[in-house]
Write a protein that binds this ligand. Structure first.
Ligand SMILES: CC(C)(COP(=O)(O)OP(=O)(O)OC[C@H]1O[C@@H](n2cnc3c(N)ncnc32)[C@H](O)[C@@H]1OP(=O)(O)O)[C@@H](O)C(=O)NCCC(=O)NCCS
Length: 147
């Protein structure tokens, strides 16, 4: 499994995963903004034998990293790819003087919650009606500075 920076040429495959994974998926323009214009954004893909299996998008702003999206192709989940992507992010932010990683996740997203719990994220608070459709979010934090 190769973890490498996302390229514009990956976007069609990334968007397939995006559309099957999220209730309010990002469109191509949003990814292009992240890739080309957002100076804080880091986007990585997990590639195996030329196939894009998943991706992760996070921002590093000073000492905080925000995990925006992590997704693995539906047919390839539960094989450890999400773990590899999140481990890679954590390794990268640890080398950049980041103290904490934050994220929001829908309260009922059991698969994601299990992944985050495995990595030691703690539930900090509930953000009510955080998402466009009115769903609440759990705001989670992982301290990384002391690791
Ligand atoms: C969340 C997601 C990225 C996990 O990716 P994955 O490749 O399946 O994750 P892994 O195989 O590395 O599993 C990591 C842990 O997640 C948990 N997990 C994964 N799938 C699970 C499932 N179906 N049921 C329960 N727990 C699950 C387990 O704790 C697992 O650890 P373990 O295998 O050591 O027990 C994937 O389910 C996904 O793409 N979901 C849709 C998009 C999404 O909701 N993203 C998060 C919000 S931004």
């Amino acid at each position: 499994m190769l973890i490498r920076p996302m390229k514009v040429e990956d976007l069609d495959k990334v968007l397939v995963i995006e559309n099957e994974s999220f209730i309010s998926p990002w469109n191509k323009e949003q990814f292009l903004y992240e890739l080309k214009e957002n100076p804080f954004a880091i986007l990585l893909v997990a590639e195996y034998q030329g196939i894009i299996c998943g991706f992760i998008d996070f921002w590093i702003t000073f000492d905080v990293a925000q995990l925006n999206q992590i997704a693995v192709h539906a047919s390839l989940q539960k094989k450890g790819i999400g773990t590899v992507l999140l481990s890679d992010m954590i390794n990268r932010v640890q080398s950049q003087e980041v103290n904490r990683i934050t994220l929001e996740v829908r309260t009922y997203n059991e698969k994601a919650l299990a992944l985050y719990k495995k990595f030691g994220f703690r539930k900090e608070l509930i953000k009510e009606h955080y998402y466009d459709n009115g769903d609440d979010a759990i705001f989670m934090i992982k301290e990384v500075g002391e690791c």
